[in-house]
Design a protein around this ligand. Sequence first.
Ligand SMILES: [Zn+2]
Length: 100
Amino acid sequence: MSGLRKQTPIGGITTAQSEKQDKGDAQMMRARARRRHHVSRIKRRVRRYYGGYAKDKPRHLGRIARTRQLCSCWMCGNPRRYLGERSLQERRAFQPVESW
Ligand SMILES: [Zn+2]
């Protein structure tokens, strides 16, 4: 991303404070633009989820974009919670060390 060229105030005087402020604003605007970019990207992506039912429903589209895993029943949810299983990471960590 480019743009947002820093402008020198009239007379060419830049104090440290104003410089810092300018940089903060520019970074914030970049961050906001980036966040919006990702939101629109995610929404474009989830548009076709669940047979595209939310394609023309902005509210549902936003919900899917923010909540990818809509269900937490025993089939969809965390196996530790419902079946007492250990996660893959835990299984890996508790694996007996083999000698080589
Ligand atoms: Zn479910």
